[in-house]
Design a protein around this ligand. Structure first.
Ligand SMILES: Nc1ncnc2c1ncn2[C@@H]1O[C@H](COP(=O)(O)OP(=O)(O)OP(=O)(O)O)[C@@H](O)[C@H]1O
Length: 735
């Protein structure tokens, strides 16, 4: 447990944070105090601030104000956080309305301590009336739920209340839809035939009232549907993005970026279907159920004819369904392939420009576009057929029925009157739409199923989420050991690491050298658990790496790569990288340590200078020093630099290398570098060849006893090595 000083929070504030953490722990959600960032203008975190923090970490939390009678009634709820006047808080674990007491637990005390009973009088002196209610978000339980039809349906059904209201509005609207037809029938039969002005007035009044009702109900239905769609949309997009972010890095390395995005986006087609076509057809069906009996009542003969024509339309759509689905599948595939070209071109635009690859990229785009066009055209042409074939039937439903009806009236075969026919005409047109809609629904089902399986290809990959939340969180000092570690990349035949064993103590500056492809980066990947599936053991401070909580591990570990992505935002934002709880002092300390302060101070806005995406307004050396500051800001006990200085000019490299010894104070450093001169000061240098350890030792010793190391050194320093004079500054760029 951090001390008050460590965490930077006051004692009462800590009590509130701990109370919130305890309440969350009751629901199986383990929170880390270091993730909590207090609001600058709050002495003690308010219920709203705590609720925001908890909600971000998978709980559902809500602050509210209660009076004693309401509080004491909450006797069988999970622990509730009560806010105190002095800024502290307590956990209410039980209440007894009969005896008028609640039991409170001090969040800072050990959990085994017994809760203390407190009555209304005593509590009122302490308690502000604010409480924080915490429960487990259903999303957390469902975070690992695979994305499939069942999941989507569950997602929609969680809005049962809204669905019920929409349904109710639709049923009433369907019933209301009948009345205008019946009224028209009355107008023609009574008003026109008998010239009754009084009836006309009353019918007009009813019509106005009905229209007003219909208007209001339609408004309500659209509003409800909008709320429903937005909620489902939010939930699906949160879930999809969460899963995407918790996929392991090697998945993204295996797959094409454009394709991954395309596949994830396919989930929104499913959403469109669920909240659009499915809902609309479902509601239309209700209309059909209400209208059909009325049609049969008006004229059974006409009703049968209408039904037959509408069914025929449905059948036509159905017949074309299978080939249409196949073609749409092709269209989707072709579009995804085209999107990949776009994505690749934008992501690699520097290379495209530098190598003047525009022409070949354009040719590739044209080629993919022609595929898209080809399948789109084919799908469009095929879709033209059912539309053409059903057009006469549609026209018959709209106009032909009138002729048949007139014939029926003239021949007197049925009891149909002119008014009845008009009413029938008004309602009959509504029958075809739901039936054709149903047929199209079946068609969409296939399309949706294929979209869903596309999305599932990405979203149902095994995620790291368990490792991110489970596992121990030891205090990391930085002693590293590999023991007989074998590792082969998925799909590769040769081992990237072959029986690697070595150990270094905490605080060591470890250099890693070897020819290209010898496994240097792989070692750093295993350390960050970016790649898993190795045999043997990797230990950090004696603890098997696989047992450590992944978030904790990665947070305790600073990483700088050869090419580091800087986000759009200020220099300061980029150094803190959104990590909560970091102050300006931390940012400046990290920048100083990384040697970045001198150029940041010279920038027009200092730490508030805006950095563009891709950091075009920074030089390579500046970018790299910023990346080092970003890795250092949380004061990691283990720091990995993988070719961090390789792309730098000699001057920038010398600057960063000179800073490395300062940076290394109090932490373990793993520095992978091709340039041996930047590693001469390392305490230990690990020499790798084809995935195996050749030797480990300090520079001077290796130079004497390790042939491979000597060869590599001589390649870079052709003159006879003078070990005693091997000062790094003299070696920089000294090839
Ligand atoms: N994602 C991957 N999938 C398959 N094989 C890989 C992958 N990454 C690396 N390898 C292979 O694993 C071996 C070790 O690679 P690694 O990147 O660790 O070498 P390295 O010593 O860091 O090389 P370099 O100095 O060129 O960066 C190489 O043979 C490489 O081809």
């Amino acid at each position: 447990m951090e001390s008050t000083q460590d965490s930077g929070h006051s004692a009462p504030a800590l009590a509130r944070v701990f109370a919130a953490m305890n309440a969350a722990r009751y629901h199986g959600i383990d929170l880390d105090l270091r993730d909590f960032a207090s609001e600058p203008d709050e002495d003690a975190p308010s219920p709203a601030t705590l609720a925001r923090w908890l909600t971000e970490h998978g709980a559902v939390a809500r602050g509210m104000r209660l009076a004693w009678p309401q509080l004491v009634r909450l006797h069988d709820t999970p622990p509730i956080v009560l806010m105190f006047h002095d800024g502290a808080a307590a956990l209410m674990v039980r209440a007894d309305p009969a005896r008028g007491v609640v039991w409170l637990r001090d969040p800072m005390a050990a959990e085994s301590g017994p809760p203390v009973p407190v009555d209304e009088t005593h509590l009122s002196q302490l308690w502000t009336g604010d409480v924080l209610l915490v429960k487990r978000a259903r999303d957390v339980a469902e975070a690992d739920a695979p994305v499939n039809a069942g999941w989507m349906v569950r997602m929609v059904l969680r809005e049962r209340g809204l669905l019920r209201d929409i349904l109710l509005a639709s049923v009433i609207l369907s019933v209301l839809a009948i009345f205008p037809a019946l009224l028209v029938m009355q107008v023609i039969d009574r008003v026109v035939n008998y010239a009754s002005m009084a009836t006309l007035f009353s019918i007009s009044a009813i019509m106005v009232i009905l229209s007003a009702y219909e208007m209001l109900l339609s408004y309500a239905r659209r509003e409800l549907t909008l709320v429903l769609t937005t909620r489902i949309d939010t939930r699906i997009s949160l879930h999809a993005f969460n899963r995407l972010l918790s996929l392991p890095l090697d998945f993204f390395e295996r797959e094409q970026g454009g394709q991954v995005i395309g596949r994830v986006m396919a989930i929104f087609k499913v959403r469109d279907f669920l909240t659009g076509r499915l809902l609309a057809t479902f509601l239309d069906l209700f209309t059909l159920l209400v209208i059909l009996p009325v049609l049969f009542w008006l004229s059974a003969t006409l009703a049968w004819i209408t039904l037959a024509a509408a069914t025929l339309i449905g059948l036509i759509v159905l017949v074309f369904m299978a080939p249409m689905t196949r073609l749409y599948g092709r269209v989707i595939g072709a579009e995804m392939a085209r999107n990949s070209v776009m994505h690749e071109s934008v992501a690699g635009i520097r290379t495209v420009k530098a190598l003047a690859l525009e022409r070949s990229r354009r040719a590739e785009w044209d080629d993919r576009t022609s595929q898209v066009v080809r399948w789109r055209l084919a799908a469009g042409r095929l879709a033209n057929w059912p539309a053409t074939l059903s057009a006469p039937l549609d026209q018959f439903l709209n106009r032909g029925i009138m002729l048949v009806g007139a014939w029926l009236i003239l021949t007197g075969h049925s009891g149909l009157a002119a008014g009845g026919l008009m009413g029938f005409m008004m309602l009959g047109g509504r029958v075809a739409a739901p039936l054709a809609g149903m047929a199209r629904l079946l068609e969409s089902l296939n399309e949706v199923a294929s979209s869903l399986s596309e999305a599932a290809l990405v979203l149902n990959q095994p995620t790291e989420s368990r490792a991110l939340t489970a596992g121990i969180r030891p205090r990391i000092k930085g002693a590293l050991s590999f023991h007989a570690v074998d590792f082969t990349y998925p799909g590769a035949t040769a081992r990237a690491l072959d029986g690697v064993s070595f150990a270094v103590g905490a605080g060591t500056m470890l250099g890693v050298v070897g020819r290209s492809g010898s496994g240097k980066s792989t070692i750093t990947r295993l350390l960050q658990r970016v790649s898993s599936g190795y045999t043997g053991q990797v230990r950090l401070d004696g603890v098997d790496l696989r047992e450590i909580n992944l978030t904790h591990l990665r947070r305790s570990c600073g990483v700088v790569l050869q090419d580091n992505f800087l986000f759009r935002g200020t220099v300061r934002d980029n150094i803190t990288a959104g990590r909560p709880g970091l102050t300006m002092d931390d940012v400046m300390r990290a920048a100083r340590l990384a040697g970045a302060d001198e150029f940041i101070d010279r920038m027009p806005g200092g730490y508030e200078t805006w950095i563009e995406e891709g950091s075009t307004n920074l030089s390579g050396g500046q970018r790299q020093r910023l990346a080092i500051a970003r890795a250092l800001v949380a004061d990691p006990k283990l720091m990995i630099l993988d070719e961090a200085t390789s792309a730098l000019d000699p001057e920038s490299e010398a600057l960063v290398t000179a800073n490395l010894r300062r940076i290394a104070q109090g932490r373990t450093m793993v520095i992978v570098s091709h340039r041996l001169s930047s590693l001469v000061h390392c305490d230990q240098i690990l020499v790798l060849d084809r995935g195996a350890v050749v030797d480990i030792g300090p520079h001077a010793a290796l130079l004497e006893r390790c042939t491979l190391y000597r060869t590599l050194w001589l390649q870079q320093h052709p003159q006879p090595p003078a070990v005693s004079r091997a000062a790094p500054a003299a070696r920089v760029g000294g090839r």
